[in-house]
Structures are given as structure tokens and as C-alpha cells.
Design a protein around this ligand. Structure first.
Ligand SMILES: Nc1ncnc2c1ncn2[C@@H]1O[C@H](COP(=O)(O)OP(=O)(O)OP(=O)(O)O)[C@@H](O)[C@H]1O
Ligand SMILES: [Mg+2]
Length: 363
């Protein structure tokens, strides 16, 4: 280890459906950190999971191979176009994260480049707290709260934000459907915890309600049935900072599709992101204030991104992401660039805030 450099473990890969995106993110992050200041190791937390019954047998086997150094892991899905090279280079460089626990691989700070289950929901944060390694972004509480859209909405509503009216169902029995129908049409149905719009759909007529609920319940044991916020514009606002928070320029999402679904998010040409959004300054200010309020209400640290629907005089909070997309072209890095913050500098700030928090907590 070279004296003086901060050793950053970029946590990438993992067991979520977003493993491949995470690997591409990890590769970009490793390439963007200042090599004069940082020494970077790509750490795969899948190594922790070799005996986890909640992942597939194939994933457990991959985890075992990672620990025993049994060669490169196979990609889980067809690789997203344009990112293949980055994903492959990250896969080759992966070190099992278990080495950090055994202290074979001493790490000063972890930069979490994971999304969704096991990465964004507080579980990996709890493990890192327990072993005493500082990490970027939100802690256990904010991560777990934001991931659970049912509870997050309650917290946001209590903080005075407007959230979609809605109910939670766990099946398609007569009483579930009665409850779901009480929301009215059109409705929007989605799993309580998911990402990338997986399992989400618009329900325009009553007959579509049961299949929409069944689809959402494939991804979670609870489904949210919400009023669909229609006729408005979709905005997203990122917040960065530790104690002093900065709301980045508002982004407007324009899509040709019925909503910002999986294809709109990942297929080229299906949507457009306008940053800064072409909206009146008072609307931008209102959206930014809401994003800061949401960040505080959920006790986020370092970064967050509030998704909003702006319809007539309502600005409705859909959800907060505690680990927003972090490839160089993702929404938050794009908004940071519009505010004059380069990708590498943004990452450096996240690391410095994590170290600052850790110093404050140390005894
Ligand atoms: N109540 C609603 N009314 C109208 N549209 C909605 C509603 N809820 C969600 N949407 C649409 O579905 C998309 C995905 O919803 P949401 O952001 O809650 O889920 P997600 O899958 O967690 O997204 P992400 O990829 O940002 O983590 C939104 O960007 C929006 O276009
Ligand atoms: Mg969203």
C-alpha cells in the first residue's frame, strides 16, 4: 500500500437484479477517482452471501466461486448495450468483500455502488456499521425507510409533502380488491419495494386491477395501489451534502411511453432528460425545497433523489432514492455537472463526507 493514499473499496456487483448496472457503475467510478489521492479496490459483496437462502442456488454458487477464486463470474443477464466492456473489466477486477472483514484487504472507506435489495435497503449499511468501515451515503435507517415506499410515504406526508393517495394490498382476494378499488381509476400499481419501475403498471379499467396487483406481488409481498397522477410533468431533484445541503438543478423527464417504465429508463431514445428543467424559477425552487425536506425527513446523508409529479397546483412526491443511479450519465451526476461539479469531484465529496461522519462518531 502506498503511503498517504486513501484506500477506497468500491462495493459493486452484489445479488440484486441491478448487478450488471452496478458493475458498470463500479468500473466508471474506479476510472474517475483521482489516482493521486485514492487507491481503489472493487469489492463484490456477493461473497458475503454464499449461505444466504434468499438468493438463488446459482447466485450462492457464484458467491462460493468468488470466495475461492474460481475464475470470472458469468453475467446474470444479457449485458446492457454500450456497457459490456465496463462490466467485463469490473468483473475481472472483483475482490471478494469478505476480505475486508478478515482485514486481509484494509479499506479506509467504502463507496457503495449498489442498488436495490441488499445494497440500497440498509442491510449492507448495517454490516459495514458493525465492522466499523465508513461508507458513502445514507445509514441504516434512511436506507430502509426510503426503500419501503409504504412507510416512506407516511414519513413524507408527516413532513408535509403531498404524496399519492393509496392503499397497500397483499393479494387479490375479494377484500383486497374492494380496498384497491376504493382508490379509484386511473390507478397506479407497484411493488412496495423495487426499482427501475419493475412490476409497475397503470390501471385504466377495473378489469386490469387484479393482473396489475399480481404482477407487483411477483416482486414483493406488498403492492401499492395509488391514484395515478395524470396530466402533469415528471421531475426529479437530487440533493447532496452532509449538514449543509444543496439541491441540484431540477431535471424534467420526458418519455414517449405511458410512464417512465423500464424501457423508458434503459432503452436508447425512449426518453429524454432535460437538465436544468425548462420550468419557471418558482416551480424549480418549490421542487428543490421539497427534495431537501424529503431528504431531512428520511434522515438521508450525502445524497438522495426525489421523484416528483407536478400536476396543476400539486407537486406530488413519488419516492426517494438513497443511492440514485451513479454512472457518469445518470440523473444525479448529470444534475451535478449542470451545477459545475465534475463526476470525479462529486465522488470525492461523497468520500469526504463519509470520512467526516466517521470521525465525528469515533470514540
Ligand atoms: N402514483 C403515480 N402516478 C403516476 N405515475 C406514477 C405513480 N407512481 C409511479 N409512477 C411512474 O412510475 C415510475 C416509477 O415509479 P417509482 O419512481 O415510484 O418507482 P421505482 O421503480 O422505484 O423507480 P426508480 O427506478 O426511480 O427507483 C415513475 O417514474 C412514474 O413515471
Ligand atoms: Mg423512481
Amino acid at each position: 500500500m502506498k503511503a498517504g493514499k486513501i484506500r477506497v473499496g468500491v462495493l459493486t456487483g452484489g445479488a440484486s437484479a441491478e448487478r450488471d448496472i452496478s458493475l458498470a457503475t463500479g468500473a466508471q467510478i474506479a476510472a474517475s477517482l483521482d489516482s493521486n489521492r485514492f487507491e481503489v479496490v472493487l469489492l463484490d459483496p456477493l461473497a458475503f452471501m454464499a449461505r444466504n437462502p434468499e438468493i438463488t442456488a446459482e447466485q450462492r454458487e457464484q458467491a462460493q466461486r468468488l470466495i475461492t477464486g474460481g475464475g470470472q463470474l458469468d453475467p446474470m443477464h444479457q449485458l446492457p448495450r454500450g456497457l459490456e466492456k465496463q462490466i467485463e473489466s469490473a468483473s475481472r477486477a472483483l475482490v471478494p468483500a469478505t476480505r475486508v472483514m478478515a482485514n486481509v484487504e484494509p479499506i479506509d472507506v467504502v463507496l457503495i455502488a449498489l442498488h436495490g435489495t441488499w445494497g440500497e435497503d440498509g442491510r449492507i449499511q448495517g454490516l459495514l456499521d458493525t465492522i466499523g468501515v465508513p461508507y458513502t451515503g445514507s445509514g441504516v435507517l434512511a436506507s430502509a425507510l426510503a426503500m419501503d415506499k409504504e412507510v416512506a410515504k407516511q414519513v413524507l406526508a408527516a413532513a408535509g409533502l403531498d404524496v399519492p393517495r393509496g392503499v397497500v394490498v397483499t393479494g387479490t382476494t375479494k377484500s383486497d380488491l374492494e380496498l384497491a378499488t376504493s382508490v379509484g381509476l386511473p390507478a397506479f400499481v407497484k411493488p412496495v419495494a423495487s426499482g427501475s419501475s419493475v412490476g409497475a403498471s397503470i390501471v385504466a379499467q377495473a378489469a386490469d386491477l387484479p393482473p396489475a396487483i399480481s404482477l407487483a406481488l411477483k416482486y414483493d409481498s406488498r403492492a401499492l395501489v395509488e391514484e395515478q397522477i395524470t396530466g402533469g410533468r415528471e421531475l426529479t431533484v437530487a440533493v447532496i451534502g452532509n449538514d449543509d445541503l444543496t439541491a441540484l438543478p431540477v431535471i424534467e423527464i420526458l418519455t414517449k411511453r405511458a410512464f417512465f417504465d423500464y424501457s423508458a429508463k434503459y432503452d436508447a431514445g425512449e426518453s429524454e432528460e432535460v437538465c436544468p428543467a425548462d420550468i419557471p424559477p418558482d416551480a424549480a425552487k418549490r421542487a428543490q425545497d421539497l427534495a431537501v425536506r424529503a431528504h431531512r425527513a428520511l434522515h438521508c446523508r450525502g445524497m438522495s433523489r426525489l421523484d416528483l409529479m407536478w400536476s396543476k397546483d400539486r407537486m406530488v412526491a413519488l419516492e426517494v432514492n438513497t443511492i440514485p443511479g451513479m454512472t457518469a450519465n445518470s440523473l444525479l451526476p448529470k444534475a451535478a455537472r449542470a451545477a459545475g461539479i465534475k463526476f470525479g469531484d462529486l465522488l470525492e465529496r461523497f468520500i469526504d463526507w463519509a470520512l467526516e461522519d466517521a470521525r465525528r462518531r469515533a470514540r
